[in-house]
Every structure is written in structure tokens, then in C-alpha cells.
Design a protein around this ligand. Structure first.
Ligand code: ADP
Ligand code: MG
Length: 320
């Protein structure tokens, strides 16, 4: 099967040619996207390598979905609306069944997040998937990591830790019996918080998606906003699945330091508390107030006595 036949068969079908953002999709030297007047282009890339980001035997449909979902999560964290994405794919060989499943996962994600595939590159090499997402936001409205202010509240969406709990499961090292299906879905089919991100425009002072763990990712906000985060042990939205399968200390540790949940962490002025309650209700998305922005640096989680809890690692880091 030629490179062109592969593109035709498995990728050109995911273009959403009726999408108003796409002036020209797959097939030319480059794609052309329409950016609405008064908006800025928001761009982010994520690469997934075999053996590093997913196991050798991971289902192709799931890998594709996860690759797009995690990239889209970066748009959510900027309060941007998806415009389109490109896909750089390295394949060791042409396995039509694998490609078919992969294409199915792409289509699912593309449809779910209303983001068309507009181009890419297909080469031979160790399996690697690079997704570049493009989105748009009104000029000046993107929510950055650098906007947290002293006295702001810190919030987290939904629950933390499921994906980290699922890791040994997807690596085939462990089983959680009747919870296996749910947990593996949490890992492979993360739900980027697009609607929440968009809704928080003008409300959140800073925002980040949690890919490496809350302590680590909130640390990026603190660094760029020049502040400290104090978390309250009892307000962390630890997933009930962690509490079920781990000791309470292990559960808290994994919720704070485990990655791959792709929930949003954001800060907001105290005056926004009512608004945020209303958003929580309207979107039916739990938003937990987990702590406060104070003077200083770094991220601390305090126990009931107000003492900082120590953790061995704060989160995932490729080059540690
Ligand atoms: P060029 O040599 O000009 O870079 P290619 O032969 O690489 O063109 O690609 C032809 C067309 O197919 C381009 O529009 C490109 O964006 C698209 N394309 C190639 N690989 C992919 C892919 N994996 N997913 C989506 N589109 C792709
Ligand atoms: Mg090319």
C-alpha cells in the first residue's frame, strides 16, 4: 500500500470538509484554515512514542483517541476553541487492520471534540504519533499559566488519580477485577475539559491541564505567576476508585502526583466563587476548591495540623 493510498483510505476520511474552519484540507502542499475575525491562533503539539507513552500491545483505536484528546486538552487549558489538527505518523510497517482501528479512534476523537484533521505527514520508523492542534480565542482572552494572584482560590475539575491507578493495568501488570474496564477507559479515553475551559474565560486567572500530576502542574502556575500554592489535604478530589483500591495515604499520593487525568486546575479571585458554583452546576462538572494562592514559591499540601506533607516525587518528568 502506497503512502498516498494510506492517506486516502485512513486519513482523508477524517477531514470534516463541511467544517467552516477548513478552507482547504488534506491533499495539497498545506492546509488553509479560516480564523474568525478578532481571534488569535493557539497552537500546541504532543508526541507519543511507543514504549514510552503507551505499551507495545496498546489497542490502535485507543492510542489514536488518546493522542488527539491529550493534545486537545492543551486547547481547553488555554480557553481556546478547536479549529483543526495535523498528524505526523511514523509506522514500522503497513498493517491495514491496525490502521483501520487507528483511523476509527481518530474519527471518534475528531467527532467528539469537533476538530477536523487537516493534514499531516506519514513516514516509516518506530511507531510515533505527533498531533498538532490549532484553536482560536478572542484576542487577549486566552487563560495563561502566569495570571494567578495572591489570595486566589485554586480549583480542580472532576476527580484525580484514575489514570495513574490504571497505569499498571494497561501495562498488563495488575488487575482491578470488575473495575478494569472503567479504569482502562479513564486512561485511554481522557475527556479534555473543552467546555469548562471555554466557560472559564474571564473567570479563571490562570489555568493548566493536569498531565503530569497536580503538584507538578500547579508548580508551573506558581513558577510563572511567582507565587506559592497551599493545598488542603481534605479538599483534594481523590477518585473513589483510588480510595477503594489503595490505603488513604497511597490514594492521596497518587491523586496529587499521578498524571494522565487531563483535568483542569485553575485559579480564580475569591469574588468568582459564586460564578464558579453556577458553572459547576450548569456543566454538571464537579469543581473542587483545593487551596489558595499565597506569597512564596512552590506547591505544598497541608495536613489537618497545617503541616506540609512530604512526597517523594511530585509528578512525571521525562528527563529526571
Ligand atoms: P508533501 O510531500 O507535500 O509534504 P505529502 O505527500 O506528505 O505531501 O502529503 C500529502 C497530503 O496528505 C498533504 O495534504 C498532507 O497534509 C496529507 N497527509 C499526509 N500524511 C497525513 C496524515 N498522517 N494525516 C493526515 N494528513 C496527512
Ligand atoms: Mg510531507
Amino acid at each position: 500500500m502506497s503512502e498516498f493510498a494510506i492517506i486516502q483510505e485512513y486519513f482523508s476520511t477524517i477531514q470534516q470538509l463541511d467544517n467552516p474552519a477548513v478552507a482547504l484540507g488534506i491533499g495539497d502542499d498545506a492546509a488553509i484554515l479560516n480564523i474568525p475575525k478578532g481571534q488569535q491562533l493557539v497552537v500546541s503539539t504532543d508526541t507519543m512514542n511507543i514504549g514510552r507513552h503507551f505499551p507495545e500491545n496498546a489497542p490502535a483505536e485507543a492510542i489514536a483517541y488518546r493522542a488527539v484528546a491529550t493534545a486537545v486538552s492543551d486547547l481547553a487549558a488555554m480557553a481556546a476553541k478547536p479549529l483543526g489538527f495535523t498528524l505526523s505518523l511514523s509506522l514500522t510497517d503497513v498493517d491495514q487492520h491496525w490502521l483501520q482501528q487507528f483511523s476509527k479512534g481518530l474519527l471518534k476523537a475528531s467527532t467528539a471534540f469537533k476538530i477536523p484533521l487537516v493534514g499531516g505527514d506519514t513516514t516509516r520508523g518506530p511507531l510515533s504519533i505527533a498531533v498538532q492542534v490549532m484553536g482560536c480565542v478572542s484576542v487577549g482572552d486566552a487563560v495563561r499559566r502566569s495570571g494567578a494572584q495572591l489570595g486566589d482560590d485554586i480549583y480542580v475539575s472532576n476527580y484525580l488519580g484514575d489514570a495513574a491507578l490504571a497505569l499498571p493495568l494497561v501495562l498488563g501488570e495488575k488487575s482491578y477485577q470488575q473495575d478494569d474496564a472503567f479504569l482502562s477507559k479513564q486512561f485511554y479515553y481522557p475527556e479534555p475539559q473543552l467546555e469548562l475551559g471555554l466557560t472559564l474565560k474571564g473567570i479563571a486567572s490562570s489555568m493548566i491541564d493536569i498531565s503530569d500530576g497536580l503538584l507538578s502542574d500547579l508548580g508551573h502556575i506558581c513558577k510563572l505567576s511567582d507565587c506559592q500554592a497551599q493545598l488542603d489535604e481534605n479538599s483534594i478530589p481523590v477518585s473513589p476508585y483510588l480510595t477503594k483500591h489503595l490505603s488513604s495515604k497511597e490514594a492521596l499520593t497518587l491523586a496529587l502526583t499521578g498524571g494522565d487525568d487531563y483535568q483542569l486546575c485553575f485559579t480564580a479571585a475569591k469574588e468568582q466563587a459564586e460564578q464558579i458554583k453556577a458553572i459547576e452546576k450548569r456543566l454538571a462538572t464537579p469543581l473542587s476548591k483545593v487551596g489558595e494562592v499565597v506569597e512564596g514559591s512552590g506547591v505544598y499540601c497541608l495536613d489537618e495540623q497545617g503541616k506540609a506533607i512530604e512526597f517523594k516525587h511530585s509528578g512525571f518528568n521525562h528527563f529526571r
